[in-house]
Write a protein that binds this ligand. Structure first.
Ligand code: MTE
Length: 331
């Protein structure tokens, strides 16, 4: 997701980031480095993440009961990613740009009390407490793939319910066309919100029909427990057919608008991160291909990459939303 620098077709902001990513993606680079003796350094970064993972086993957070979803697309035969990978390899730039930093730094995030304000073009604007949101609809477990624009993916059993359930309650006006998701900015607990890396708060948005699609999940948990802080506690979005950055974490505001909202990554680099950001193997990122991906946890140094699927494999469910649109223009 980072702009300005380029390495092996991917771009990264910090030396520590480069270390972590190399284990997964830089087979060639790693082999070359092994030859020069520099691999020890990369493996030290890996060991650090492994050590962190031991304190992140499921069972650590409060249980969140859910029934298995029967929604088409809510189950996958793909192997579920290990909890330790899903909770220690994160993007949450408010807590750092290195993949291991959110798990280390986000523990200061205060998730209670928590409210989510619903405003803009709705008949019933409201401020929901987290407790009210949790009760608003039945919690389901849905196993979704999440594919990051950087070229890796995970398979996670999320807990939550369709965002549509909440949207129906607040009754959008006929003029509402988009939904904007505003996430928390708390300089006291988020060391990076003063940084220039993005404009804060981290904001994302969907078209109203995308937000209403049953697969769009308002998520409170994963692996049968409440969300770890680094994964976006206490409430986040999961939009499985879009690149991961559309899935805003730690939501505090949901705003209904008539104009397409400006989103964090689009503001940072409009030519690289479009409004739609549907997973699309046919549209390259300007600096790397999007045709393949690495599945975190399954990718040994010599494992083959997987082919990235159109709409991340959810084409049957969501393709119709984009009928007639030029998806190269609307990337
Ligand atoms: N939400 C906020 N508030 N801040 C972020 O930096 N990163 C996004 C998204 N949501 C991000 C965010 C990106 S780039 C991805 S890939 C996913 O969260 C990662 O979610 P995960 O760490 O739970 O896998």
């Amino acid at each position: 997701m980072i702009i300005h620098t380029q390495r092996d077709g991917f771009a990264h902001p910090l030396p520590s980031e480069i270390t972590g990513q190399e284990i997964y993606q830089g087979r060639r680079a790693l082999i070359q480095r092994m030859a020069t003796g520099a691999a020890g350094l990369a493996l030290a970064g890996w060991a650090g993440r492994e050590a962190l993972a031991t304190s992140a086993a499921p069972g650590k957070n409060a249980a969140l009961a859910a029934t298995k979803s029967t929604l088409a697309g809510a189950l996958t035969m793909d192997k579920v990613t290990d909890y330790k990978d899903a909770s220690t390899y994160n993007n949450f730039y408010e807590f750092g740009t290195d993949k291991a930093e959110p798990a280390q730094n986000a523990q200061t995030l205060k998730t209670s009390p928590w409210t989510v304000e619903i405003e803009g073009l709705v008949k019933k604007p409201a401020k929901y407490t987290l407790e009210d949101l949790l009760k608003l609809s039945a919690q389901e477990e849905r196993i979704y793939r999440l594919r990051c624009v950087e070229g890796w993916s995970m398979v996670i059993p999320w807990v939550g319910y369709s965002l549509a359930e909440l949207i129906k309650k607040v009754e959008p006006l006929g003029s509402a066309k988009y939904v904007e998701f505003v996430t928390l900015v708390d300089p006291k607990t988020m060391p990076y919100v003063g940084s220039q890396v993005l404009e804060w708060p981290y904001v994302e948005a969907l078209r109203l029909d995308e937000a209403m699609h049953p697969l769009t999940l308002l998520s409170f948990g994963m692996y049968g427990e409440v969300l770890p802080k680094q994964n976006g506690a206490p409430v986040r979005l999961v939009v499985p057919w879009k690149y991961g950055f559309k899935s805003g974490k730690s939501l505090v505001k949901i705003r209904f608008t008539d104009k397409q909202p400006a989103t964090a990554w689009n503001k940072a680099a409009a030519n690289e991160y479009g409004f739609y950001s549907n997973v699309n193997p046919n549209v390259d990122h300007p600096r790397w291909s999007q045709a393949t991906e690495r599945r975190i946890g399954e990718d040994g140094l010599f494992a083959k990459k997987r082919k990235t699927l159109m709409f991340n494999g959810y084409e049957a469910q969501v393709g119709q939303l984009y009928a007639g649109m030029d998806l190269k223009k609307n990337f």
